[in-house]
Design a protein around this ligand. Sequence first.
Ligand code: PA5
Length: 466
Amino acid sequence: MSNRIGPEHGLSGDSWAGLCSRLGALTDQLRETQAAGSLRWRDLVRSPLSEEHVDQVSEVADQVRAYYAESAPGGRCKHMVVLGIGGSALGNIALQAALRPQTHNLTSCKFRPGPRLYVMDNVDPALVGDLMLQLERADPGLQHTMVNVISKSGETAETAAQFLIFRDWLRRHLGAERAGRHIVAITDSSQGTMRAIVDREGYLNLPVPDGVGGRFSVLSPVGLFSACMGELDIAHLLAGAADMDRQCSESDPHRNPAAQLAGMLIEFATNRGKPNHVMMPYSNSLYMLADWYRQLWAESLGKRIDLDGREVFAGATPIKALGTTDQHSQVQLYREGPNDKVIGFVEVERFAHDVTIPSGLGVEALSYLEGKTLGTLLNAEKRATEYALVESNRPNYTIRMPEISEYTVGQFLMLWQVATAYAGLLLHIDAYDQPAVETGKVATFGLMGRPGYEQWAEKVDKSLGG
Ligand code: PA5
């Protein structure tokens, strides 16, 4: 606010009050849109859909576990490879990183709930080739390995190529019949290329619910299945999201954190020359949540035309940073570079483990650290950075999590999904399409020789030169 960072950069009480009256009207608009059935991603955390999905996902996970219990020496699935990209991958990565120890994949089976998780969200041949090689070494015969392909459309070139590779790989090691038992597909329940493949090959499968786009699908089977295989409490995740959804339905913007966040960020972006938003968790576990958020904010809000067809080039640029690591990389820019950013800190009050710094070295310059915990140091660094930014008139805010749990992560995910919906309304754009991404997809089809897309290859060559 202007009383902390000055009138040039901060919001005044009057401008905030004006914004709040606008936000109240948008809450009514969102309520109406949802009542008309057009916000299916919000229904994911409400009864009966949430219970249905928990049951479906748990049942498939139980079937998978039962299969490995019977067929694999030692009775466990030890390696789970997720194939997907964008909204079909980032939620899986974020949940795993936030809610499992960072060392999960390094931990032996005895101390690790669920399989190791590898989310292949790229077609870098070195990455894919190396994973296959390492898995063949760790699991010769692939009896402990499963593949979870996630694609709403089944048409995305990256996921499709990976699927062809991993299906063939499993068949070569396990034979055609057993290979199919090592694949679980998550796709549209009634249409699309992947649905046709699933129906033909008889894979275990789960739905990408109707009307839910990729970047709003983390709380559907898309994100829940790998979390459930990793023995995370998915009901608790959905309960946190549902509670946040209720809070973000409050008509009074002062009691509605999603409305406040969106109002503040869009005001800074559109009227205060601060279109960049840095999400900076002071927690390695939460860093991938910032990655998930980055897609949500960028793909939803970056739009050339508004709802009236006017060219607006809307959007605000999401940036991720990690505290304290990026204090030694980015904060110089954030404090003294262009004042064109809002910094959003995410702070954790209680960590799953804390580590005490021992005493006994006897060096006076370092004695202030002795006996303190790393959690205390981390949060002191965050507060010091917040202070430094305020002193430089840089707008910033803090989201404080009491702890990292399924419940609080569910809250965080829902908070940002609803904030994105508000931001879309404030910008008067369609937050749920991605026409620019689609152009890249079809141009790739053309360049890769897909019949029917030849004109795209010609267009690319004409534009870029042969
Ligand atoms: O958010 C989105 O809609 C996109 O990121 C998609 O999830 C991504 O392009 C993958 O699409 P699909 O699930 O159809 O393979």
